[in-house]
Structure formats: C-alpha cells, structure tokens
Design a protein around this ligand. Structure first.
Ligand SMILES: *Cc1c(COP(=O)(O)O)cnc(C)c1O
Length: 234
C-alpha cells in the first residue's frame, strides 16, 4: 500500500480511538494500538515506524522471526506482541527474541508450562495474557470463562510468567449489540479475576470490525490490522 494511504489510515484509526474513548469518558492514552502486520511487508512496517508507531503484532512465529531479524539488521527494534495460536515446539524461538515483549495467546496449561520453562532458560520473565473464548465458539482457541479462574490460579505458580491480563478474539459479526455483550462479559470476567486471583492491567480486545465498541467497553489494547494495512492477501 502507498505510504500516504498507510499514514492516513493510521491517523483515522487513532482518531476513532480518541472518539471512542471520549464517548466512554476514558483517557485515550490508556488505550494502546497494536498494529497487526501479518501478511504485510517490511516496507509498510517501516513507514508506520517512521510515523511514530513502535508496537506491532504477529500471529506466526516464523513470520515474526523473519521480519524481526530483517528489521534488527537495519537497526530497527520494534516492540512485538505474539497474538496467534502458539505451538509448544515454537516457544523456544519466541523466548530468545528479546524484543518479543508479550505473548497474548496463552490458551492451555501445557503451553503455559513450556513458556515458563523457556523463559527461565533465557533468564527472563515474560508478560502474558490469557486468551479467553468468551463467545464459546468451537473454532476458537482460549480458556472458557467457566474455567478461567481455576486456570489463572494454576499459572500464578509459574514464576517466569508475568500475568498481565486477558485477551479475546470475537467471531466476525455484524450485530454490534451482540459484540458489545461479549465485550461486557470480558470486562466483568477481568474485574472478577482481578479481585479474586491477581490484579490485572491489560484487556486486549477489539479488531478492525469492532475496536471502537471494545474501547467503549474497557479495552486497554486494540489489535488492528485491516483498517491500517488494508485487506490481507492469502
Ligand atoms: C489478524 C488478527 C487481528 C487483526 O485483525 P483485523 O480484522 O485485520 O484488524 C487481531 N488479532 C488477532 C489475534 C489476529 O490474528
């Protein structure tokens, strides 16, 4: 995509974030925009970096590693969040990437234990979010809301994980009130777990289709791809 178009898309998203925050009487500075660059080029990422964005997300380990190595070789160190379903045999690659700052998609105890083990080996503590399958969609990964408290309690024992909050991916729906009700369920769960188990800071929810609603309902991180980069080609 052309540089000017990328920058104007970015500005539009930033403006929408401010408007959604204002509508909900929130300070827009509480909301972090994660640019989801999967399937998009290094050049596009660099354009956004020049425009002041440093915060990017990818959902595949190999693609993330390749982009990161290329960018680092040019002296560009971004803050990456991993947002995709993570296979245990790939965890070691993520954990040796110092500027992979968070795993947002912790979705099983076996994965949590592997991340803990590899973080320890790399002498670091890794910030994580627990992925919640709030809609109960069979095709989605994530811990069910009913099991979330038990899961969180179990992983608090893993000392190389720094538990920061929750993440969810909603199904693609046109019905904004249905989306809103899922976001409200997430916020309620977030507040309940914060009170009962461990204080949480980050609530990662909202994508191109629904980030404004997510912000109105309490998101602290929105993960936006298409609205910035345009459609992905597969
Ligand atoms: C691709 C992806 C996004 C961004 O989706 P868009 O609809 O393009 O904004 C957000 N979160 C996750 C986990 C993704 O895989």
């Amino acid at each position: 995509m052309k540089n000017e178009k990328l920058i104007s898309n970015l500005k539009k998203v930033q403006k929408n974030i401010k408007a959604a925050a204002a509508k909900a009487n929130r300070d827009y500075k509480e909301i972090k925009l994660l640019a989801v660059s999967k399937k998009h080029s290094i050049d596009e990422i660099k354009t956004l970096k020049q425009a002041g964005l440093n915060f990017f997300g990818e959902n595949r380990v190999q693609e993330l590693e390749e982009k990161n190595e290329k960018l680092l070789s040019e002296g560009i160190e971004l803050d990456w969040h991993f947002i995709g379903h993570l296979q245990r045999n790939k965890v070691k690659y993520l954990m040796r990437m110092e500027n992979c700052r968070m795993i947002q998609s912790l979705d099983s105890l076996r994965l949590a234990k592997e991340v803990n083990k590899r973080a320890k080996k790399n002498d670091r503590k890794i910030p994580v979010l627990v992925e919640i399958n709030i809609s109960g969609d069979e095709n989605k990964f994530g811990i069910t809301p009913a099991k979330a408290e038990e899961f969180l309690k179990k992983i608090t024992n893993l000392e190389f994980l720094q538990i920061e909050g929750l993440m969810t991916i909603l199904p693609y729906l046109d019905d904004s009130e249905k989306l809103r009700s899922y976001f409200k369920d997430m916020k309620n769960l977030f507040d309940k777990l914060s009170a009962n188990v461990i204080p949480l800071d980050e609530l990662s929810m909202g994508m191109t289709n629904d980030y404004q609603i997510a912000i109105e309902e309490g998101a602290t991180i929105v993960r936006v791809g298409t609205a910035i980069f345009g459609e992905r080609e597969y």
